[in-house]
Design a protein around this ligand. Sequence first.
Ligand code: NIG
Ligand code: FE
Length: 421
Amino acid sequence: MLPDLFIQNIGQLVTVTGASHKPKTFHGMDEIGIIRDGAVLIKDGNFIDIGTTKRLKKKYATANTKIIDATGRVALPGFVDSHTHAVFGGNRTGEFVQRIQGETYLEILKKGGGIVNTVEHTRKLKFQKLAETSRKYLDTMLLHGTTTAEIKSGYGLDINTELKILKVIHHLQKTHSMDIVATFLGAHMIPPEYKNDPGTYIKLVCNVLPKVKPYATFCDTFCDVGAFSIKQSERVLKTAKSLGFRLKIHTNEFKDIGGVSLAIQLEAVSADHLDNIKHRDIVRLKESNVICVLLPGVPFFLMKDTYAPAQKMIENGLPVALATDFNPGTCPCENMQTIITLACIKMGMTPVQAINAATINAAHAIGMAHRLGSIEPGKQADMIILDVRHYNELPYYFGINHVTMTIKRGRVVMENNQLIH
Ligand code: NIG
Ligand code: FE
């Protein structure tokens, strides 16, 4: 049994409370519920009480409690990374250099590089090696304050490799201290073997859905130019929905081909990327519950200046979340702190809005907000302590790791850059 944990003298305890049932929108995005000189009591992996140190100390000063002092520091809920592709082989440093020299992502894709390049490497790796590689990525996430991540398959594109990836995700769910949510992304790209017969590949993906169901909560498709059309995406997502999958969609990353309407029509939990969204779709989204998962690391890494219009979305009352999209092609970055900085600088989000988007709204985007994403009595004790005086310093001092301690389910899992297994 874990001892009770009492964390006291927190300079700013950023609770992000009040949005466990519905994601934050409008003015809710401008509040993060700060308690100055705050404290939390954790018992059996959950937050029991939160408040000022003065009040809680009187109530809980018992001998059985382990006390942690966070004098002058900032505490936040652990980051929730609601969109990653963290199971893959190899990397794409070669393409990175090609892009720096002027080739575009879509040109490289057309020539048979891109996702298919990573598929070749992923197919070659044995389960054990693939699991080890991914575990390292998750460890890096944890070191940087991410306590929960969604992970997609999609670098197999044949039944055996997709299943291998999903089993790796399942293995990590059981053995890694992070919470992990699994997504099946068989419709990530047409594999080379079906280049001239995409219809058959779509059929194959639909037919494999019952087999992968035990391993994945969500089903996703890459609905964009160079990947899957509306019709193809609709076929996969509709079949998935009828089998009980919850839905996500990659859309408007490169072009608007109508993916937002599809997300609304099929009641997807989230539509992700949205860098090229038009005004009419922002208006349409207002009538839905679809969460906009924005991934500013992608246009940054692809050297583009089209970012999702986050401010306009917030003004229109849309729920906005942030994620890394960690993957070898468009965002090889595990660090949500970097994404928060990019959201502020490139999309005009305030630090407060970005923190809401990276915690509670991100938890909603993976259906976990009842348990995660905020510091409130009764919720799972996932919390990070940052070596900054004010939460605005988190995106301001960029490019370094501010997290000095990570608490996952009430246990200290990282302290001073060391993971504690
Ligand atoms: O989210 N958009 C599709 N999938 C990834 C890119 C994957 C890759 O290039 O390997 C993304 O950006
Ligand atoms: Fe993605």
